[in-house]
Write a protein that binds this ligand. Structure first.
Ligand code: ADP
Length: 391
């Protein structure tokens, strides 16, 4: 018999040995593993030992007939989905076809058997089983991989958390002593010394900011979120109030519509997201163009789309993804910042089940789009990375 490597099991159930031989003769060429059973009980025993792609079940058998056997097969977890093809010598009219389907038959085959038809029907189920097995194996290894990634992600997060946390104390000492020197001993330093001291203080402050941002980033998702309907207008007013100085300095005109809806999310996270986006809109402006910043929100059937737009320097398309990664900055030299802001934005939005992206071209302003699902699901961080919409 021509056997294949990935062969599957096929169960043949008939009380007549000559019928089994006939089935084996027809199906032998498929190269699958044929298992014969001489009774319903025998079949049930075999089904305990192995998984089968399909069962060919004789209807007329003494003791337990095909229907009773099928009902018992369906009751067991291991075989409850195994396809059953009834084989019967009755003519179509006489056979209790409906009863067969009600106990889970997928097909009926009437004797005399037509070898080609039987073979091709069984081959379909054998292939289906093989494919199902492949998919199952794939799903299993994906699950395993996801678990590994989740655990690696957790390790990394707690690592960056403890590193940033531990860096704080020595940095505080450095900055503290540098401040004392700069204050109490300023007179004993010459101009060069003072200049160096100021540099130390400035770099220390930047590093402090960096550490704080990193800590904020790795803390995200550690505390439980409170999912609420958050009215956008008062939240945005608070955010903009807290930046009143920057707004005044930049002379920005901020456009906030009156009728902004309430959106599903966590107030703290939303405040941080919109705060970061508006802060960036104020920072990355074109010096020769009066700055205009606007926020809008569209209510769609299954989500809300918040847009924060500016008429600033814009971002070339090749950087649209990169800027959401930690430490990725395009305009580092002339703007203070740690390059963590947009990473915090993306992580926060994903924690709320949403997605964020930018639409922009260099020199033409930027629009940051935040899509929040109405269902307000809070998925785990490491799943559901697809953006699934928008530019
Ligand atoms: P940071 O602002 O601290 O550098 P972010 O993660 O907030 O870090 O932003 C990353 C980079 O994306 C910025 O350095 C800047 O180059 C670019 N960027 C962010 N927002 C804007 C914007 N509104 N317009 C133009 N460029 C922007």
């Amino acid at each position: 018999m021509d056997e294949r490597e990935d062969r599957v099991n096929i169960l043949l159930v008939d009380d007549q040995p000559e019928n089994l031989v006939a089935l084996e003769a027809v199906l032998g060429g498929l190269g699958e593993r044929l298992v014969a059973a001489r009774s319903g009980r025998d079949a049930l025993r075999r089904l305990l030992e192995d998984d089968f792609a399909v069962i060919l079940l004789d209807v007329q058998m003494p003791e337990m007939d095909g229907f009773e056997t099928a009902a018992l097969i369906r009751q067991r977890d291991r075989s409850k989905n195994t396809p059953i093809i009834f084989v019967t010598a009755y003519s179509r009219g006489e056979a209790d076809v409906a009863r067969g389907y009600s106990v889970g038959a997928v097909d009926y085959i009437f004797k005399p058997l037509v070898p080609e038809i039987l073979r091709s029907k069984v081959a379909v189920f054998a292939d289906l089983f093989r494919k199902t097995m492949q998919v199952q194996r794939l799903a299993e290894s994906l699950k395993q991989r996801t678990l590994e990634l989740e655990s690696a992600n957790k390790d990394l997060e707690s690592f960056s958390y403890s590193v940033s946390h531990d860096l704080r104390a020595p940095l505080r000492a450095i900055c503290g002593f540098a401040e004392i020197v700069a204050r109490r001993h300023r007179e004993s330093l010459d101009q060069e010394g003072r200049h160096y001291m100021d540099n130390i203080l400035e770099a220390g402050a930047r590093m402090g900011q960096l550490i704080d941002d990193l800590l904020a980033y790795s803390r995200l998702g550690r505390t439980a979120l409170r999912h609420q309907q958050v009215p956008l207008r008062p939240l945005l007013e608070r955010v903009i109030d807290s930046m009143a100085l920057r707004v005044a300095e930049t002379g920005a005109e901020v456009d906030l519509p009156e009728d902004l809806p309430a959106v599903p999310g966590d107030t703290g996270l939303l405040e941080r997201v919109l705060g970061n986006l508006i802060q960036n809109a104020l920072a990355y402006r074109r010096p020769d163009v009066p700055l205009r910043v606007g926020v809008s929100c569209e209510a769609e059937p299954d989500h809300f789309l918040i847009r924060v737009r500016d008429n600033g320097i814009g971002i070339a398309p090749e950087h649209h993804e990169r800027i959401f990664q930690v430490f990725q900055r395009l305009h580092g030299d002339d703007h203070p910042g740690s390059g963590i802001g947009l990473a915090i934005v993306r992580k926060s939005v994903r924690l709320m089940g949403g997605e964020v992206w930018v639409e922009s071209a260099e020199g033409e302003g930027s629009t940051f789009c935040v899509r929040l699902p109405r269902s307000g699901c809070i998925p785990r961080l490491d799943v559901g990375r697809g953006r699934g919409g928008g530019g």
